[in-house]
Design a binder for this molecule. Structure first.
Ligand SMILES: Nc1ncnc2c1ncn2[C@@H]1O[C@H](COP(=O)(O)OP(=O)(O)OP(=O)(O)O)[C@@H](O)[C@H]1O
Ligand SMILES: [Mg+2]
Length: 245
């Protein structure tokens, strides 16, 4: 069984009359690097929220890591890393980057439990992997946008998820940070963790097989396998064609 199985799902936002995602099926296996592209408002973020149980699935069935998303969303969220598209930290947020990364362990830890040696080790490793040792003691609200994005990536790596979803994680990052982090994600994929990455820019994709999903108007317009070098060309062509639909 695939890690993610979506079978003809429909999802609608609370109070929304129309389904945003319509009759969508998708299967993702261990070790797959999935790039999700498509025009603005196509439903890319909504798709990630559906997988994570953050939005109600009105029809169809979704399972993640063998769990039914409609009935076991809390458990699904413990196993899925999710770097969200837009986040904002108040400048006076009192937590350090290190503490924010430790919060990635809370799903495993449980409430009111003290972090163990393993938790501290996972946090240290994630901070090292993302290369933000110099930020560890800085409060998150005083970090720049790109530094906050790196902290949120480290938070989700420390979680040691079974699936990693990232929604435009590079929007604030410079070229060398993007290239470096793509290497980190490539390594994650090599260990079997599937990655679902929503993106509008495709430079620096790792040189591994890509499972490309192009969305439009709440549906998957294309679901194919390609090389990293082909992604941009296919999306340009498809988005151009879709715009003219
Ligand atoms: N919280 C919400 N409540 C109601 N409708 C929403 C909500 N969030 C998104 N939508 C609607 O769902 C549709 C898909 O939005 P979504 O954010 O998934 O698009 P996207 O493909 O991620 O776009 P972008 O590239 O701009 O991030 C849009 O029409 C949007 O207006
Ligand atoms: Mg989005």
């Amino acid at each position: 069984m695939s890690v993610i199985n979506l079978e003809g799902i429909y999802t609608a936002y609370e109070g929304g009359e129309k389904a945003v995602i319509r009759d969508l099926s998708l299967h993702v296996d261990r070790g797959e690097y999935v790039v999700i592209g498509g025009p603005n408002s196509a439903g890319k973020t909504t798709l990630l929220e559906s997988i994570n149980g953050l939005i109600k699935i009105t029809h169809g069935r979704a399972t993640v890591c063998g769990l039914d998303v409609s009935f076991q969303a809390d458990e699904v969220r413990k196993r899925v890393g999710y770097v969200i598209q837009n986040f904002y930290f108040d400048p006076f947020t009192p937590f350090t980057v290190e503490q924010v990364v430790m919060m990635g362990r809370y799903g495993r830890l449980g409430l009111m439990k003290r972090p163990t040696k393993d938790d501290y080790h996972a946090v240290k490793k994630a901070i090292h992997l993302v290369g933000i040792e110099d930020l560890a003691r800085k409060t998150i609200g005083t970090c720049s946008g790109g530094q906050q994005q790196k902290a949120m990536i480290a938070h989700n790596i420390a979680k040691e998820p079974e699936v990693m979803m990232l929604d435009e994680p590079f929007s604030n990052l410079d070229f060398s940070a993007r290239e470096y982090l793509q290497g980190v994600f490539k390594e994650l994929v090599r260990t079997g963790v599937p990655i679902l990455m929503v993106a509008h820019a495709f430079d620096g994709l790792p040189d591994i097989p890509i499972h490309l999903v192009v969305m439009n108007r709440g549906k998957i317009a294309h679901d194919l396998n390609c090389t990293a070098g082909e992604v941009e060309c296919i999306i340009r062509k498809e988005c151009g064609a879709l715009d003219k639909c």
